[in-house]
Design a protein around this ligand. Structure first.
Ligand code: H53
Length: 789
C-alpha cells in the first residue's frame, strides 16, 4: 500500500475527533490505537469488497475450525500492508511511542494451542497467496483464560478481549441466520475480520458467529408473564458463544460444547449454501465444483449430517445425490492419535440437542453398516470396529472419514502412524483418501514481525524474497563459514535475549543473565509433552552443582510457559512443581547466576513473539508417537534455536532438513516404545539404576519439595512408580540428561554453535504455512490463485 503521510494524519485526526472528540495531541494511547485501527479498516475497505466479489465467481475453500488463535492484529496488518515502518516513523514525529499503542490491543485468543494457531497461520498464508479461502468459527466472548500464579499454582481469570469492542470486526446483520436446535432456535450473527495478505491487495475473511436469542427479535410480543422466561431464554442462547472450552487435546463431551459445534457449523453451511445459490441457483450437483470444506479435527464434523439436512430437508435433493455431493465437498484433518481427543458423543445427548441431525446421522450410519456387511461378510469384528454408532456412542472421526474425500495427518510420522495403527482399517478400505500435510507457520508473524533484527539481516544477505517464499532461506548456507555472518547472528540472538530479559524484569520482577543459555519449553501443559522430564533434569542438575560447585558449566536459564486445562489436576501439579523448584534454585545464594528457572505467566501469542527469537534451545521432548506435529518447534528453528527433542511429530522432519548433527536428538523412538511395551516396561528399573534419578523422584514425597498439602506430588509419584509411567519419563531421563550436558559443552564454541543456528534457519523453508497451504490448495481443495487488481 502506498503511504501518504498527510492523508493518514488527516484520517487519524478525523477519527479521533469523531469517535472520542479529542485532538491528536491529547489522545490517550488507547484512543490512538482505536483510531489507527479504524483508519486501517477504512483504507482496506475497497480491496476487501473486491476480493469478496472476485472469490464469489470461483471455487472457494472454507476452513471450519472451533479455534482461531489470532493474537494481535495491528502490527501484523501494518507489516502485511507494507507500511509498518512508515507508521512508526510518523507516530514518532507526533511524539507517540508506537510500542505503547500496540500494547493497547488485547490478543484475540480464540484458541487453546497448536490447532488454533495453525488455523491462524493458514489464514495469513491463504490471503498472501491470493487464494480464495475463508475461515469460519465462533466469536467467543471470552477466549482462553488468563493465567496467574498464586503460591506457584495456576489460577484462571476470564479473558475479556471484547470489553472495549474490537476494531477489526465488522458486524454483518444482513447475513444473520437462525440455527434450530431440538427445543429452541437461536440467531447467529456474523462478524467479519479482514485477513490482510502480505504484499498483495487481496483481503480474505474470517467470519465469526455470535449467538443471540430469537426473543431479541421482538421482545414486544411477550406479555408480562413471559418476560422473565424470555430473558432466561436470552441467556441460554447467548451462553453458546460465551466461552472457549479451555481443553487442548481432551474431549469433555459436554452438552454446551455440542451446542457450540452445531451452532457455528449450521450457521456457516447455511451461509455457504445461500451464497452458492445466489450465483448458481439450484444446481446443487455443482457444489463440489465451487465449494471445498475442510474439517479441522473432529470438532466441526457435525457439518456432514448438517449439509445432508440442508440438501435433503430444505432443498429437496435426493438422499443418494446429496451423499455424493457431501463426500466430494468435505475433507478432514486429524490432529491427534490421543484417544482422549477423538470426540465421541453419547447418543442420548446428541439426540436431545439436535434430534433431526441425529436421525440423519443414523441414516448415514445404517448406509455404511450395509456397505461394511457387503465388504467384510466374514469379519464381524471389523464391521463392528468401523461402525459410526457403536453401542450408545457416536464416533465423530469415523463419520468424518466416511463423509470426506480426503483425510490427512499433520506430519509424516503422524500420518504413517494413522495409516498403520489408529486408522488402519480405514486406510485399507480407502487408501486413496489418505495423505500427509506437514504443518507450517507463517514467517510473516514468526520472523518478520517478531524478530525484525534477524529479518532485516537475512534480507541484507539474500534479499527479501524469503518473505513470500521461505525456501529462499537455503541461500544462507553460502555463509556457513563466514565468521562475520556467524558472529552477527549470535549478536542478534543476544539482543533478543536482552529484550526478553527486560520484559521479564518488568512483568515478573525476575533478573536473568542474558549471557546464559536460554533453554525454553513453551506449549500447553500435558503429561505427554513431558514438562516433568525437563524439570526433573533441572532438579538433578541443581543437586550436582551443589555437590560440585566447581563443575565446568555454562550458566543456564530454564524457561517455561504453559497453561493447564483448569480441570487437569496433574498438569496443575506440574506447574506448581516447576515453580516450587524455581523458588528453591533461584533463592539459593550458592547458585547465583549459574542456574535459573523461570515460569512465564500467562503464555500467549503476544508473549510467544518475544520468546521464540530469544531461545537458544527448543525443548520438544514429547513421548515418541504422541505429538502429532508440533508447530512451536518450527518457530524456534526459524529463529535459530537448536532442537533438543525426541523423534516425534515434525521434529523428525526438522532433523532431516537441518541435519541430525545440528540438533540434539535423544530418547526412545516409536519402535523402541512398541518393543518395550511388549517386553513389559518397569519404571523401577531406571529408577534404581540411573544415577541420581531416585533422588529426584523421591523428592516428590520425602519432604524436600512441597505441594502445600494438595497431595498432587504423591499422585505424580504414584503415576510414575505404581501406575507404569505411561509417558516413559524415567526411561528417557538418562539420555535426555546426557544431551543436556552435551549442549552445555558445545555452547562454549561460539562459532560452531552459530553454524548450527545458521543451518537451522537456512533449512526452515519447508516449514512455512505457505508450503502447507499450497499443498492443501492443489491436492485437496483444488482452488486457484485469484488475485484482485
Ligand atoms: O494440533 C497441532 C499439532 C499438535 C497437536 C495439536 C492439537 C490441538 O492443539 C488440539 C487438539 C488436537 O487434537 C490436536 O497436539 O501436535 O501440531 C496442529 O496440528
Amino acid at each position: 500500500m502506498e503511504f501518504n503521510k498527510e492523508k493518514w494524519k488527516e484520517k487519524l485526526e478525523e477519527r479521533l475527533l469523531e469517535k472520542f472528540s479529542v485532538s491528536l495531541k491529547d489522545a490517550s494511547p488507547f484512543e490512538v490505537y482505536k483510531a489507527l485501527g479504524e483508519t486501517v479498516m477504512s483504507f482496506i475497505a475497497k480491496d476487501w469488497y473486491e476480493t469478496k466479489q472476485e472469490y464469489s465467481k470461483t471455487k472457494q475453500a472454507f476452513y471450519l475450525s472451533s479455534e482461531f488463535l489470532m493474537g494481535r492484529a495491528l502490527g501484523n496488518n501494518l507489516i502485511n500492508l507494507g507500511i509498518d515502518k512508515e507508521i512508526q516513523e510518523f507516530l514518532k514525529e507526533l511524539g507517540i511511542d508506537y510500542n505503547q499503542i500496540e500494547d493497547e490491543e488485547e490478543d484475540a485468543a480464540l484458541g487453546n494451542g497448536g490447532l488454533g494457531r495453525l488455523a491462524a497461520c493458514f489464514m495469513d498464508s491463504l490471503a498472501t497467496l491470493n487464494l480464495p479461502g475463508q475461515g469460519y468459527s465462533i466469536r467467543y466472548r471470552n477466549g482462553i483464560f488468563n493465567q496467574y500464579l498464586r503460591d506457584g499454582y495456576q489460577v484462571e481469570k476470564p479473558e475479556t478481549w471484547l470489553k472495549y469492542e474490537d476494531v477489526w470486526s465488522v458486524m454483518r446483520p444482513e447475513d444473520e441466520v437462525v440455527v434450530n436446535f431440538g427445543y429452541t432456535s437461536v440467531r447467529a450473527l456474523p462478524y467479519d475480520m479482514p485477513i490482510i495478505g502480505y504484499g498483495t491487495k487481496n483481503v480474505n475473511t474470517l467470519r465469526l458467529w455470535e449467538a443471540h436469542s430469537i426473543v431479541d427479535l421482538d421482545l414486544g410480543v411477550f406479555n408480562q408473564q413471559d418476560y422473565l422466561h424470555a430473558t432466561q431464554d436470552k441467556t441460554l442462547a447467548e451462553d453458546i458463544s460465551r466461552v472457549l472450552y479451555p481443553n487442548d487435546s481432551t474431549d469433555e463431551g459436554k452438552k454446551l460444547r455440542l451446542r457450540q459445534q452445531y451452532f457455528f457449523v449450521s450457521a456457516s453451511l447455511q451461509d455457504i449454501i445461500k451464497k452458492f445459490k445466489k450465483v448458481h441457483g439450484r444446481e446443487f450437483s455443482k457444489i463440489p465444483e465451487f465449494i471445498s470444506i475442510q474439517l479441522n479435527d473432529t470438532h466441526p464434523v457435525i457439518a456432514i449430517p448438517e449439509l445432508m439436512r440442508i440438501l435433503v430437508d430444505v432443498e429437496g435433493v435426493l438422499w443418494e445425490d446429496a451423499w455424493e455431493i457431501v463426500k466430494k465437498t468435505f475433507s478432514y484433518t486429524n490432529h491427534t492419535i490421543l484417544a482422549e481427543a477423538l470426540e465421541k458423543w453419547w447418543v442420548g445427548l446428541y439426540q436431545e440437542v439436535v434430534p433431526r441431525i441425529f436421525q440423519i446421522t443414523e441414516g448415514i450410519h445404517n448406509q455404511f453398516k450395509n456397505e461394511l456387511a457387503n465388504l467384510y461378510p466374514n469379519d464381524v469384528n471389523k464391521q463392528n470396529r468401523m461402525q459410526i454408532i457403536q453401542g450408545n456412542m457416536i464416533h465423530m472421526a469415523w463419520l468424518a472419514i466416511y463423509g470426506s474425500h480426503k483425510v490427512n495427518g499433520v506430519a509424516e510420522l503422524h500420518t504413517e502412524i494413522l495409516k498403520e495403527h489408529e486408522l488402519r482399517d480405514w486406510y485399507e478400505l480407502y487408501p486413496d483418501k489418505f495423505l500427509n500435510k506437514t504443518n507450517g507457520i507463517t514467517q510473516r508473524r514468526w520472523l518478520l514481525k517478531s524478530n525484525p533484527q534477524l529479518a532485516s539481516y537475512i534480507t541484507e544477505l539474500i534479499g527479501d524474497a524469503w518473505i513470500k517464499d521461505l525456501s529462499e532461506l537455503k541461500k544462507l548456507e553460502q555463509f556457513i563459514d563466514d565468521k562475520k555472518v556467524l558472529s552477527k547472528i549470535w549478536d542478534i540472538k543476544i539482543e533478543k535475549k536482552k529484550e526478553l530479559v527486560e520484559y521479564l524484569r518488568e512483568t515478573q520482577g525476575i533478573d536473568i543473565n542474558p549471557n546464559s543459555i536460554f533453554d525454553v519449553q513453551v506449549k500447553r501443559l500435558h503429561e505427554y509433552k513431558r514438562q516433568l522430564l525437563n524439570i526433573f533434569q533441572v532438579y538433578d542438575l541443581y543437586q550436582q552443582l551443589k555437590q560440585n560447585p566447581n563443575m565446568d558449566f555454562v550458566p543456564t536459564t530454564y524457561i517455561y510457559g504453559a497453561k493447564a486445562a483448569p480441570g487437569y489436576k496433574v498438569a496443575k501439579g506440574i506447574i506448581r512443581l516447576i515453580n516450587d523448584i524455581a523458588q528453591i534454585i533461584n533463592g539459593d545464594d550458592e547458585i547465583k547466576d549459574r542456574l535459573k528457572v523461570v515460569f512465564v505467566e500467562n503464555y500467549r501469542v503476544t508473549v510467544a513473539e518475544k520468546i521464540f527469537p530469544a531461545a537458544d534451545i527448543s525443548e520438544q521432548i514429547s513421548t515418541a508417537g504422541k505429538e502429532a506435529s508440533g508447530t512451536g518447534n518450527m518457530k524456534f528453528m526459524l529463529n535459530g534455536a537448536i532442537t533438543l527433542g525426541t523423534l516425534d511429530g515434525a521434529n523428525v522432519e526438522i532433523a532431516k532438513e537441518a541435519g541430525e548433527e545440528n540438533e540434539y536428538i535423544f530418547g526412545m523412538r516409536v519402535k523402541d516404545i512398541e518393543e518395550l511395551r511388549k517386553k513389559g516396561y518397569d519404571p523401577r528399573f531406571p529408577y534404581n539404576n540411573v544415577t541420581g534419578l531416585k533422588q529426584v523422584v523421591d523428592a516428590l514425597i520425602d519432604g524436600r519439595l512441597s505441594d502445600l498439602g494438595s497431595g498432587i506430588y504423591r499422585e505424580i509419584h504414584s503415576l510414575l512408580m505404581e501406575r507404569g509411567d505411561q509417558y516413559f519419563v524415567l526411561e528417557d531421563f538418562e539420555d535426555y540428561r546426557r544431551k543436556q550436558r552435551e549442549i552445555n559443552r558445545d555452547y562454549k564454541d561460539k562459532i560452531s554453535w552459530a553454524k548450527k543456528m545458521l543451518k537451522n534457519i537456512a533449512n526452515a523453508g519447508k516449514f512455512s504455512s505457505d508450503r502447507t497451504i499450497l499443498e492443501y490448495a492443489n491436492e485437496i481443495w483444488n482452488i486457484k490463485e485469484t488475485k484482485i487488481k
